[in-house]
Design a protein around this ligand. Structure first.
Ligand SMILES: Nc1ncnc2c1ncn2[C@@H]1O[C@H](COP(=O)(O)OP(=O)(O)OP(=O)(O)O)[C@@H](O)[C@H]1O
Ligand SMILES: [Mg+2]
Length: 578
C-alpha cells in the first residue's frame, strides 16, 4: 500500500472519516443482523401457526421492529458510505490538481495535459469503490456470509456442505470473469485518458481545424478512442453480466441439492421441518452478500487500476523548491551567467556549451535563426528545461542555491506567443503578485505597453474576463503579458519576441520602455527586428545551439559574418512582384 501514493492518500482520507465509516459499518451490521434473525423469527411464527402453539403477537411485534430497524440501519449506512466515498473522490481530485500544477514542466509535457485532466475526472471517480466497497461493503459482506454459514451449519451441517460445495465452484468461475473485467476496465480508462488528451489538442486549436476544413480528420483519433472506450466497456459489461447468472446458477444448484438432501434427511427424521424452512430462507439470502463480495472485488480491481493511473501524477516529480533561504547576492556579479550550458530535447542537442553573461543593467538582444535555441535559452533560466551540463548563475549564485520561487520573483518571463489565462484582465495582470495591485498601478502598466485605451473600451474594463466573453487581439494579448511582467518589477526581464505582433507605433513605444527599464535592471530580449536589435547595448548571436558572436551593433556589423547575414536579411527590401 505504501508504494502507491494514491492508495496512501485514500487510506488517510478513510482514517480522517473513520468515525462515520465505523458508524456505517455498525449500521450495516445491524441491518445484516436483522436479516439473519428474520428467518428464525418467521420460522418460529410458522411453527406457532402450524400448531406448536404459544403466543404469536410477541414474535410478530419483534419481527416488525427488527425488519424496520434493519431497513433504517441499511439506508443510513449506505448514505454514510456514499458520503465518505464522495469525499474520498474530492480528496483525490484536490491532490491531483495541487500536485499536477507543481510538477516539473518536462513531466507535465510527457504525461500530457489532457491525460492529467482525465486523472481528475473519470479516474478519480473510480476511487469511490476503494473507499466504500473496500472499507465497509467487503468486510460487512464477509461477516454476513460467515454468520449465515455458521447459523446454517448449526441448522444442518450436511446441507451446509452441499451449499458450500456449489458456491465454491461458482466462485472459481466468477474469478475468471472478474479478471477479464479488470483488464477491460484498464483498457477503458487508458482510452478515456487518450481521448481527453486528443480532445484537448483539437478544441484548443478549433479555428485552425475549421480553417482547413479538417473537422472530420481532426476528430478521427477522438472517434477511435471513443470506440475503444466503448469496446472495452462492452467487454467489461459482458464479464460483469456473467457474475449475476453464475451466482444465480450456483444458488439454483444449491437449492436443488439442499431440497434433495434435505428431503432425505426430513424423511429419516434427522431434520425438523422448521429448520429445513429456515435453512432454505438463509440459502435465498446468502446470495446477497455473496453477490456483494463478487461485485465488490470487481469494483475494487477497477478502482486499483485507476489508482495506478492517478499515481502517475501523484508520484511524479514536482519542481524542486530549491534552497530554503535567499542567498547572499555577490556584489558586482552579472545578472545572469551561463557557463558551458548543454541542453538536449527529445534526444536532440539544442544548446551546445553556451556561455553568456547578462550585465546587471542594459538591454541585451538575442538574435539567431528560427530553431537556433533562443527560447530554450530563456527556459533554462526559468528552470523549465533540464540542463545536462554547465552552470547557470543568477546574481552570482548558482540557480540551485536559490529558492525556486525567489528566482521567479526576480526573473520575469514574457513568453513567445500568447500567454493569457481565462481570467479577468485584472487577474491576468496580477498573476505574479502576492498582493493586490491598485487600479492605478494596473492602468499605469497598461499605459506603458499602449493598452490603456483597449482595456478602457471593454465594457467591464479591468474586470473583463478574457477567453469567456471578451477577447483580445494577438498583439494586445502579447502586450498584456508584457504589462504583467512589468508589474512584478523583476531584476531580470526576459522577453521572447515581444514585438512579433506589434505595429510600428507600439514597437517604438516598447523599445523606448525597455531602454528606460534597462537603466536599473537587466532586459534580455529575443527578437528579429533590426531596429530593436541595433538599439540594444549588447547583442548575442545564437546559431544551431551555440553562441557565435557577442558585441554591440557597431562591432558585430564589422566583425561577425553571422550578424552581417542577419542584418542583411532584415534590411533587404521586400521582393516586389514575387
Ligand atoms: N520539447 C521539445 N522537445 C524536442 N525538441 C524541442 C523541444 N522544444 C524545442 N525543441 C527543439 O529545440 C530547438 C530549439 O528550439 P527553440 O524553441 O529554442 O528555438 P528558437 O531559437 O526559439 O526558435 P524560434 O525563433 O523559431 O522561436 C528546435 O530545433 C526545436 O525543434
Ligand atoms: Mg523561440
Amino acid at each position: 500500500m505504501a508504494e502507491s501514493p494514491t492508495l496512501g492518500l485514500l487510506s488517510r482520507s478513510v482514517r480522517a472519516r473513520r468515525g462515520r465509516l465505523a458508524a456505517s459499518v455498525v449500521l450495516a451490521l445491524v441491518s445484516a443482523a436483522a436479516g439473519i434473525v428474520t428467518p428464525l423469527l418467521i420460522a418460529r411464527i410458522l411453527g406457532v401457526i402450524g400448531g406448536a402453539g404459544g403466543d404469536v403477537v410477541w414474535p410478530v411485534a419483534q419481527l416488525v421492529v427488527i425488519v424496520l430497524a434493519g431497513a433504517f440501519a441499511g439506508g443510513w449506512s449506505s448514505y454514510l458510505l456514499s458520503a465518505a466515498g464522495e469525499r474520498a473522490i474530492e480528496d483525490v481530485r484536490l491532490a491531483v490538481v495541487r500536485r499536477a500544477v507543481r510538477l516539473r514542466v518536462p513531466v507535465i509535457r510527457r504525461i500530457g495535459v489532457g491525460e492529467v485532466v482525465s486523472r481528475m475526472g473519470p479516474d478519480a471517480a473510480q476511487m469511490r469503490a476503494i473507499t466504500d466497497t473496500g472499507v465497509t461493503v467487503m468486510p460487512v459482506s464477509a461477516v454476513m456470509v460467515t454468520a449465515y454459514l455458521i447459523v446454517m451449519g448449526i441448522l444442518d451441517w450436511v446441507m451446509l456442505a452441499v451449499t458450500v460445495g456449489t458456491f465454491v465452484v461458482a466462485a472459481i468461475a466468477i474469478r475468471a470473469f472478474l479478471a477479464g473485467m479488470r483488464r477491460a476496465a484498464e483498457a477503458q480508462q487508458a482510452a478515456l485518458g487518450r481521448l481527453a488528451q486528443a480532445a484537448q489538442s483539437v478544441f484548443t486549436m478549433v479555428t485552425t481545424v475549421k480553417a482547413y476544413r479538417a473537422e472530420d480528420r481532426a476528430i478521427a483519433p477522438l472517434e477511435d478512442e471513443i470506440g475503444e472506450a466503448a469496446a472495452s466497456a462492452v467487454r467489461s459489461a459482458r464479464a460483469q453480466a456473467a457474475i449475476s447468472p453464475l451466482m444465480g446458477l450456483g444458488q439454483q444448484v444449491a437449492i436443488i441439492g439442499v431440497l434433495a438432501v434435505g428431503g432425505v434427511r426430513l424423511a429419516s427424521g434427522a431434520l425438523e421441518t422448521t429448520a429445513f424452512i429456515a435453512f432454505l430462507m438463509y440459502l435465498f439470502q446468502l446470495v446477497n452478500p455473496l453477490m456483494a463480495l463478487a461485485q465488490g472485488a470487481g469494483r475494487i480491481a477497477v478502482g486499483k487500476a485507476a489508482a495506478r493511473r492517478v499515481d502517475e501524477v501523484l508520484g511524479a516529480e514536482t519542481e524542486p523548491a530549491g534552497a530554503a533561504r535567499t542567498p547572499e547576492v555577490a556584489p558586482g556579479a552579472p545578472a545572469l551567467r551561463l557557463s558551458d550550458v548543454e541542453v538536449s530535447l527529445g534526444g536532440k542537442p539544442v544548446l551546445d556549451r553556451v556561455s553568456l553573461e547578462v550585465p546587471r543593467t542594459g538591454v541585451l538582444a538575442i538574435v539567431g535563426p528560427s530553431g537556433a535555441g533562443k527560447s530554450t535559452l530563456l527556459n533554462v533560466v526559468e528552470g523549465f528545461v533540464e540542463t545536462e551540463a554547465g552552470r547557470v548563475e543568477l546574481l552570482g549564485v548558482p540557480l540551485q542555491e536559490w529558492p525556486t520561487a525567489e528566482v521567479r520573483r526576480r526573473v520575469a518571463l514574457v513568453e513567445q506567443g500568447s500567454a493569457i489565462l481565462s481570467m479577468s484582465v485584472r487577474e491576468n495582470l496580477a498573476l505574479g503578485r502576492s498582493d493586490s495591485p491598485s487600479d492605478d498601478e494596473l492602468w499605469s502598466a497598461l499605459r506603458d505597453v499602449g493598452l490603456e485605451q483597449a482595456v478602457r473600451a471593454l465594457p467591464a474594463g479591468l474586470d473583463a474576463v478574457l477567453g469567456a466573453g471578451d477577447q483580445m487581439s494577438g498583439g494586445e494579448e502579447q502586450r498584456l503579458s508584457i504589462a504583467r511582467a512589468l508589474l512584478i518589477d523583476a531584476e531580470v526581464l526576459l522577453l521572447d519576441e515581444p514585438t512579433a505582433h506589434m505595429d510600428g507605433v507600439n514597437e517604438r513605444r516598447l523599445t523606448d520602455l525597455l531602454a528606460a527599464l534597462g537603466r536599473d535592471r537587466a532586459v534580455v530580449m529575443v527578437t528579429h527586428r533590426l531596429s530593436t536589435v541595433a538599439a540594444a547595448d549588447t547583442i548575442v548571436v545564437v546559431d544551431a545551439g551555440r553562441v557565435t558572436a557577442v558585441g554591440d551593433h557597431g562591432t558585430l556589423s564589422s566583425a561577425s559574418p553571422a550578424y552581417q547575414a542577419f542584418v542583411h536579411a532584415q534590411a533587404a527590401p521586400d521582393p516586389v512582384g514575387a
